[in-house]
Design a protein around this ligand. Structure first.
Ligand code: HEM
Length: 461
């Protein structure tokens, strides 16, 4: 057996050649996932080297491949890693919400927000998810038949309705829905553009992008401050996330969040919680369309637990483990957050290499989830990988769809519950007649979207 190479101190990290000025940015513009796979092929070596240095968006970024290294960055040495400059772009829109803030401010906000996602609170929010799930299935029944249904759009609408209701107790009326969808779409598009080519005029310069950005922010602010003001004026209490955030108190000072903090947290929850879940559910149904044997097993579980028209309750979810496994396996193959980046605050050592302060480290759930060492036959869809006891051989960081360490997604249980509910209700009512004629293709923006909407022919059972 060959002895792995332990790089000597100061041994340079392998650098992937790039173009003058642009570095490796074009790889990420053309085909980011293809680029990630290529980097792994070239730099995830059996000889002990598992890292490559890239230059993307004018910044030095080290891409790591091993779960141990992801663990070091996200958990063990997390204090040395802050939000990367990429988050500055999102900050323009999200302000100092949980996703974009750092340090003591982040910690305080996280402590204030965490109780809103407690298991008991989630059980209340699950009722809303179930109601909206029924509504979704009814809508789909009306269009089920021989024509393909735009599943991606119907899921975007549904997760939007769920997030509106669980966050603000509000029905996603047409204007709310349109304004928020427009704004989120716009910010997503502009943020992606800036992440890859970070040439930006200050916001006061009336470029077309700046004008669109300002319009999106204005619309969102009007809506969110509208909700906050209405609550402050009436003082009425509600069973929703905004209520929990409004009344959350700092344990040391007794202080509550200001309107601005509330606005930033609400927009963040909205942005982080709506599209990720919709996209993930879309991939789940797409995978099921390709794997009738898995759909069959799912039907059997759902029929056994829920019967024909027994109402679904939160307690039923525990009796639907296979439904949960299908969701988990789909997030393995198509993790909505396909890449995460961190900024090294001080020098660090990874695999004996120096990670210089002020450079970024990239951790890709997409690559980790398809690592053949951790996942035999990694591209195969097999929900039994998540059957009880099957994770013994795997490194815990081989599967991180919700991130890991202290910055673990605060909405992970919320999202899993929502997807399990939607999938169970879908499977009870429908079957999928065949996969789409042409596969939808992947478009990795901030989330791992399909290039075209997923359209499926669904049939009532
Ligand atoms: C399938 C659905 C979801 C996926 C895959 C997902 C994924 C992630 C990931 C990977 C992170 C960590 C990012 C990093 O460390 O850089 C994160 C953070 C976060 N997510 Fe989610 N998320 C999902 C749903 C949700 C939902 C439903 C909510 C809220 C209702 C939410 C709210 C947040 C927030 C606030 C953060 C920042 C947490 C912090 O830094 O303290 N997410 N999410």
């Amino acid at each position: 057996m060959e002895t792995p190479v332990t790089p000597a101190a100061n041994h340079p990290i392998p650098v992937h050649p790039g173009l003058p000025l642009l570095g490796n940015s074009l790889d990420f513009v053309r085909d980011p996932l293809g680029a990630l796979r290529m980097y792994r092929r070239l730099y995830d070596q059996d000889d002990g080297r598992h890292i490559v240095r890239l230059s993307v968006g004018g910044r030095i970024q080290q891409l790591v491949f091993r779960p141990e290294d992801a663990k070091q960055v996200l958990q063990e040495n997390h204090r040395n890693y802050g939000r990367s400059p990429a988050f500055q772009v999102l900050k323009l829109f999200l302000g100092e919400g949980l996703l974009t803030s750092d340090g003591d401010f982040w910690l305080r906000q996280r402590r204030l927000s965490q109780p809103a996602f407690h298991r008991r609170k989630l059980a209340i929010l699950a009722e809303t998810m179930i109601q909206e799930g029924y509504y979704w299935v009814e809508q789909l029944s009306a269009v089920a038949g021989s024509q393909p249904v735009n599943i991606s759009q119907s899921l975007m609408d549904t997760t939007m309705r769920i997030v509106c209701k669980t966050l603000f107790g509000a029905d996603a009326g047409q204007r709310l829905n349109q304004d928020l969808s427009y704004s989120l779409e716009m910010v997503n598009y502009l943020a992606n553009k800036l992440l890859i080519i970070p040439v930006r005029f200050p916001l006061w310069v009336p470029t077309p992008d700046n004008l669109k950005f300002k319009k999106a922010t204005r619309l969102v602010n009007q809506l969110i401050y509208g909700f906050i003001n209405a609550r402050r004026q009436t003082g009425a209490r509600h069973d929703d996330l905004l209520d929990m955030l409004l009344y959350a108190e700092d344990a040391d000072t007794g202080e509550r969040m200001s309107d601005l903090q509330l606005r930033d947290e609400c927009v963040t929850l909205f942005m982080a919680g709506h599209e990720t879940t919709a996209v993930s559910m879309g991939w789940t149904l797409y995978l099921l369309s390709q794997h009738p044997e898995v759909l069959q097993k799912l039907h059997e579980e759902v029929d056994q637990v829920l019967g024909g028209n027994q109402p679904l309750t939160v307690d039923d979810l525990r009796a639907l483990p296979y439904t949960g496994q299908v969701v988990q396996e789909s997030m393995r193959l198509y993790p909505p957050a396909w890449i995460m980046s961190r900024l090294a605050l001080q020098d660090d050592r990874i695999q004996g290499y120096t990670i210089p302060a002020n450079t970024s480290v990239l951790v890709s759930p997409y690559l980790l989830h398809r690592d053949p060492v951790q996942w035999p036959d990694p591209d195969r869809f097999d929900p039994d990988r998540f059957a009880p006891g099957c994770d013994k051989e795997r490194h815990p960081f081989a599967y991180i769809p919700f991130g890991a360490g202290p910055r673990l997604c605060i909405g992970n249980q919320f999202a899993l519950m929502e997807m399990q509910i939607l999938l169970a209700l879908f499977a009870r009512r429908f079957t999928i007649s065949a996969p789409p004629v042409s596969p939808p293709g992947l478009q990795p923006l901030i989330t791992l979207r399909p290039k075209q909407p997923i359209r499926l022919v669904i049939i009532c059972r």
